[in-house]
Design a protein around this ligand. Structure first.
Ligand SMILES: NC(=O)c1ccc[n+]([C@@H]2O[C@H](COP(=O)([O-])OP(=O)(O)OC[C@H]3O[C@@H](n4cnc5c(N)ncnc54)[C@H](O)[C@@H]3O)[C@@H](O)[C@H]2O)c1
Length: 282
């Protein structure tokens, strides 16, 4: 897609972090933007910041784990702006800990938001894009965690691997179905966002007694994220990468840092039949 001006973008998880940076950047490109998020107050303020620049934007409170919410999001976007040209399935959450200590609710929450959110986005928006028969682009936010598997974040790695696999299969399916609808997968490294405090939006259904396990491993991961995120990359860098990838039709939107080497090492281990090396990025 060469030009963005006058087209419509839908971004989930748009009230904060990478999603907000994407929404802000699409608005600067002259797009009309639909911001979707589960956190209503933050969403209202995000929409306000974008409309204050003179851009056209609306907010739709959406829980991406619910198919009906994503259907309603698409209906609202189309009733307001007519067509949808760019969709970013970006909402995501994190929980850390040891795989055998984490609760079933931890597993369920991450799978519902990180995997089902993307599935609902694909099942809702790809048919709309194909029917429109205009140039369109879907971007799924995975992570560099989709390209390697580290300890203490196994559920997150699993969900992001699923997003990568869904995106790769979708790429091949679109290649033989449409010359107008494209897909990319965004694999951020550590970015300065609200991900370290994502439990702020953990719904009650995953927060019953026993659902949140206080463990040393969980605390270790949270402390480590919240410390390193302070000096992490600004989310606007992800927006720049996404715009460039949509323009050039690039599928993998990858980090340039040591995570890429870590992912490479993993592939080398598989190729050579070696046990997995623990190779955290430097
Ligand atoms: N920050 C990083 O270092 C990093 C690295 C790799 C991948 N990612 C991915 O980037 C994406 C965006 O995360 P972020 O880092 O900007 O975090 P963030 O917490 O700043 O933003 C995530 C947004 O998603 C929203 N959200 C949570 N649950 C939702 C739901 N059920 N429905 C709709 N919205 C929901 C939150 O309210 C929040 O506004 C996620 O998919 C995350 O996994 C982040």
């Amino acid at each position: 897609m060469e030009s963005f001006s006058g087209k419509t973008a839908v971004v989930t998880g748009a009230a904060s972090g990478i999603g907000f940076a994407l929404a802000e950047r699409f608005a600067r490109e002259g797009m009309r933007v639909v911001l979707a998020d589960i956190e209503e107050a933050a969403l209202d303020s995000a929409v306000g910041r974008i409309t204050a620049t003179g851009a056209e934007a609306i907010g739709v409170v959406t829980d991406v784990s619910k198919a009906a919410d994503v259907t309603a999001l698409a209906e609202r976007a189309r009733s307001k702006f007519g067509s949808v040209h760019v969709v970013c399935n970006n909402a995501g959450v994190f929980a850390g800990g040891l795989l055998w200590e984490e609760s079933l609710a931890d597993y369920q929450w991450l799978m519902d938001v990180n995997i089902w959110g993307v599935i609902h986005g694909i099942r809702t928006f790809i048919p709309i894009m194909l029917e429109q028969d205009t140039e369109c682009h879907l971007v799924n936010t995975a992570s560099m965690a989709a390209l390697c598997a580290m300890p203490y974040a196994g559920i997150y790695h699993m969900t992001k691997h699923a997003v990568l696999a869904l995106s790769e299969s979708l790429y091949h399916e679109l290649e033989v179905t449409s010359d107008k609808v494209k897909v990319s997968v965004l694999c951020p490294e550590l970015i300065k966002t609200g991900i370290g405090t994502c439990e702020r939006n953990r719904p009650a259904e995953y927060s019953k007694p026993g659902d949140i396990v206080e463990s040393d491993a969980r605390q270790l991961v949270l402390d480590s994220i919240n410390e390193s995120i302070q000096t992490a990359i600004d989310p606007s860098v992800m927006a720049d990468r996404v715009i460039a990838a949509i323009r050039s039709g690039t599928f993998y939107i990858l980090s340039d840092d040591g995570w890429r080497e870590t992912a490479h090492q993993r592939m080398e281990d598989i190729r050579a039949g070696q046990n997995p090396a623990l190779a955290p990025p430097v």
